[in-house]
Write a protein that binds this ligand. Sequence first.
Ligand code: NAD
Ligand code: UFG
Length: 339
Amino acid sequence: MHTNCILVTGAAGYIGSHTCIELLEAGYHIISLDNLSNSHSIALQKVQEITGKTFPIIEGDIRDKELLDQLFNNYKIDAVMHFAGLKAVGESVENPLIYYDNNVKGTIELLQAMQRHHVKKLVFSSSATVYGIPKEVPIDETHPLNAINPYGQTKLIIERMLQDIAQADTESRIALLRYFNPIGAHESGKIGENPSGTPNNLMPYITQVAVGKRQELSIFGDDYETVDGTGIRDYIHVVDLAKGHVKALEYLSDYKGIEAFNLGTGKGHTVLELIQTFEKVTGKKIPYKITNRRPGDSAICYANTTKAQQTLHWKAQFNIDKMCQDSWHFQTNNPNGYE
Ligand code: NAD
Ligand code: UFG
């Protein structure tokens, strides 16, 4: 391939697949790389179906040095969007080494390959988890950083590594995108969040209760200092999030250095508000019980999004009604996921 293209790691995953669509629709050429450890290649076929565009689909691991060299030799890669990583907080507590190996070592391999092939542009999937338990809300990018579990540590270590790389190589162009709580799905209903096993996150749990796969939702605590006692989060439509990546890439074409950006809506919603909205837009009742707080959860977490608005010229467009609608549309179209 002689055209400049974007290497997308973790492309078959939830956020990666939605971002592939936005990149293709913005006219970029992409190469997808995924080891399918937490995803299905069908997601990438659907991306091709939705956009009417084809691209190389590489099944492989970011820790495979030879494969990376092959990709950087065979394609003219201008930038890397790096989604590949493991993301289950509980699993990372039980088995931290798997997380350090996959996320940190995997990223080091990728960065070394980029260095060998003189690729300087990187958009990295970070997380609001790097703020730890928020000291104040809304959280802006200057909020102190602190990891409270091994998953969070891997994101923080990678962020710090990238800061050092940007210091050492002034030609680097790096965006650290700190996502808040992505939910929703592409409006076609063809791709969406497709967790294997029991969902860890709220929205996929809700949709699985609604579709009859699970009996009831557990709400982790109703004694927080919030309007109704349940936790507050900044839910953001995954398509808005995906568009933020395209904006970040555009920004990096004129910017040398490293910058972190919060990608959220700036609005917080409680667990009960999300359930009520879901019930309103879908007409489905979500039975729930109140259980103990989940260890490590904060009461309130939402973003100050001024920096992304002013610097990236990006702002989330969709409200939680639309997020609930699209999550449900995907779930009803794919009651058993992609399989
Ligand atoms: P996901 O699990 O759906 O996608 C990650 C993809 O990476 C999967 O397709 C998986 O198979 C692939 N992958 C994992 N390890 C790999 C490796 N070593 N080599 C190649 N491919 C590999 O998760 P997602 O929700 O799409 O998240 C994407 C990124 O965003 C992750 O880095 C995650 O930590 C980060 N993030 C996600 C959230 C969220 O709530 N979903 C929040 C903040 C940050
Ligand atoms: N919750 C429930 N019941 C559930 C699941 C979640 O009540 O079955 C509650 C949680 O207590 C929290 C809210 O719903 O108040 C959202 O929980 P999620 O697990 O969906 O999301 P978190 O905010 O806990 O975590 C997410 C990502 C993490 C990331 C973090 C900060 O999953 O990877 O945002 O960015 F670290």
